[in-house]
Design a protein around this ligand. Structure first.
Ligand code: NAI
Ligand code: CS2
Length: 500
């Protein structure tokens, strides 16, 4: 347990009066990311006199919430660069609940307190129970089927928020804003869709009320926060003088772009590093395609090539060049951003990936691929198909995911696939031969690939080609070969330009 009185003097502790905080925000998904991002930002504001405190909620696991309570709702965030460490104690949490232990009604009750003005969440893409290809609610999701039948005892995130909205409305309380901080394009719109569509199954009047009175600001969130490991905990304990089971480590970089659309007020997050804007979409698309797209590319190819961490991928010049070429040549042209130098943005991303103090596992990033591919790689692929332009790296990234979900590494060792569509993936893999049949079987998952991609003959042929290369030569040689070919083509066309 974290011993505050034993902390070394260089660790910043809350200098504000925590008893003055009010529980004005409820956050669902007390995972690593929230602890190092939104909570830290609000903690910086509390230092400036803000009274916006958090009630933290985890729906599935209770262990972390119990650990947090045991240490007076305090925990540490350590920013890690190659040559420096900076640790801070976060004090902005006023209360913490877990759905299993405290009961879901206690969570709904916490969300129904008059002071609560914002409900936010980081529950991973799968927490929204949506169809990744369309952004609509998945009415066949088991938790949604359950919540339609039991509106007052919800299991899903959309069901929980809906239950709280219903209770507040019945009590005549002001509405809260609902803010997603997950990595999805138009995350506010997706959140609104799933909640309104669930309400339509239960109560049309409630659905109308939500459309008229509740706002769903979209956000772009960025900070690399890997899952903690045993060795990270051990090193940190040595530094802190006691063990902090709620601790997280993060890179120094921080970005949070928020659509300024809050129905019952908000903290002045702009005074602690956030940007409040009218339209988040261009920022979200840029980040999801350039950063997360290249992350997924590196995760599948890097994992297959034996790279444990993203920084290990960066040690291979061809991987580094491939990640940059994917960003600059294949993702940047698809974007609507204005006034941002995307070459510079790409260079900064590569520098962040090179941070060896951040142990970000390729396996962690590779999880939940079915929920990530559409916004990270497939939307851009469609853009290139419409424009008739080359996109070898996007296709290679998708083929690598197809090779990865086979669940056997290049040494023939099986590994566990973590994905909410695992059963469907396992069936596709079991019922298809390696090669074109496998590519067609996986492309047939319509909730991920839609109707169009499986019917595109060129897409099937190019994916099959890359899939075969990955099987025969392995991921590292495939990346090296593609980058060497690209360099040759570029130098030939440069030569042709000179000759002209
Ligand atoms: P984590 O694994 O530490 O935490 C995940 C949280 O989601 C946990 O609180 C868990 O209880 C909750 N959760 C999982 N499935 C759920 C479900 N079906 N319903 C309700 N709650 C559910 O992961 P971490 O690092 O906190 O990341 C969470 C999300 O934050 C990511 O998926 C991403 O969308 C976003 N994010 C993460 C970044 C990172 O570097 N870790 C950076 C930017 C965004
Ligand atoms: C990563 C992201 O796990 C993943 O899928 O791509 O969590 C990434 O670290 C963050 O989006 C960085 O902001």
């Amino acid at each position: 347990m974290l011993q505050i009185d034993r902390l070394p003097a260089d660790i910043q502790q809350p200098r504000y009066d925590r008893s003055q905080l009010k529980t004005r925000m409820v956050h669902i998904g007390f995972g690593a990311f929230h602890r190092a991002h939104q909570a830290l930002c609000s903690d910086k504001l509390a230092e400036q006199g803000s009274d916006w405190g958090y009630c933290e909620v985890n729906l599935n696991s209770g262990a972390l919430i119990q650990a947090l309570r045991a240490q007076d709702l305090l925990y540490t965030v350590t920013e890690m660069a190659d040559d420096s460490l900076n640790t801070r104690v976060i004090g902005v949490i006023t209360t913490a609940l877990h759905g299993k232990g405290d009961g879901i009604d206690a969570v709904i009750e916490a969300m129904s307190q008059p002071d609560v003005a914002i409900v936010s969440m980081t529950v991973t893409e799968k927490g929204y129970c949506h169809l990744p290809a369309s952004g609509d609610l998945n009415p066949d999701h088991p938790d949604i089927v359950h919540d339609i039948a039991h509106p007052d005892a919800p299991r899903s995130l959309p069901g929980l928020i809906l239950a709280a909205i219903r209770r507040r409305r019945a009590a005549g309380l002001a509405p809260f804003s609902v803010m997603s901080c997950d990595n999805m394009p138009e995350n506010g719109h997706v959140t609104r869709n799933v909640i309104v569509q669930l309400a339509q199954h239960q109560d049309e009047a409630l659905a109308d009320y939500i459309q008229q009175h509740i706002t769903f600001p979209s956000t772009m969130v960025d900070r690399i926060v890997p899952a903690m490991t045993d060795s990270a905990f051990e090193q940190l304990s040595a530094r802190l003088g006691s063990a902090d089971p709620v601790a997280v480590e993060a890179e120094p970089f921080f970005q949070w772009v928020i659509e300024d659309n809050f129905v019952s007020g908000r903290p002045a997050w702009e005074n602690a590093g956030a940007e409040l804007v009218n339209d988040v979409l261009p920022f979200e698309e840029m980040k999801l395609r350039m950063l997360n797209g290249s992350h997924s590319f590196l995760a599948y190819l890097g994992f297959l090539a034996g790279c444990e961490h993203i920084s290990d991928c960066m040690a291979d010049g061809h991987f580094r060049a491939a990640a940059r070429a994917l960003m600059v040549n294949e993702q940047a042209p698809t974007l609507r951003t204005q006034g941002i130098n995307l070459q510079e943005y790409a260079s900064k991303l590569i520098a962040r990936y090179e941070n060896r103090a951040i142990k970000h596992r390729t396996y962690q990033i590779a999880t939940d691929g079915t929920q990530k591919l559409p916004q990270r790689l497939l939307d851009s692929l469609r853009w290139h198909l419409r424009n008739g332009s080359r996109c070898d790296l996007l296709l290679l990234g998708i083929a690598a995911w197809m090779r990865y979900v086979g669940g056997v590494d290049e040494q023939g060792q099986p590994f566990e696939i973590r994905d909410p569509l695992k059963n469907e993936l396992t069936k596709c893999v079991a019922n298809s031969e390696e090669g074109e049949a496998r590519v067609r079987a996986l492309l047939g998952i319509k909730t991920v690939f839609g109707e169009d991609l499986p019917q595109n003959v060129e897409v099937v042929a190019r994916l099959t080609d890359f899939y075969q290369q990955l099987l025969q030569q392995g991921a590292r040689a495939t990346v090296h070969h593609l980058m060497n070919q690209t360099a040759l083509r570029t130098s030939k066309s440069a030569g042709a330009d000179v000759a002209r």
